[in-house]
Design a protein around this ligand. Structure first.
Ligand SMILES: [Zn+2]
Length: 55
């Protein structure tokens, strides 16, 4: 039961962090997308203003 709880807690934490932009701390669906695409945890508008894409 303890293990089960631990796992659930971890999952919740990750889900919590997943969609929050590190720049503006806003929650946005695009954060997860950009994390996959760019490796940065940022939302679409921050990505555009930062232009982190090297290409
Ligand atoms: Zn942002």
């Amino acid at each position: 039961m303890t293990k089960e709880y631990d796992r659930e807690l971890n999952t919740n934490l990750e889900t919590d962090l997943n969609d929050v932009c590190e720049e503006c701390k806003k929650e946005d669906k695009s954060v997860t997308q950009n994390l996959f695409l760019t490796g940065f945890k940022i939302c679409e508008s921050c990505r555009t203003s930062k232009t982190v894409f090297p290409f």
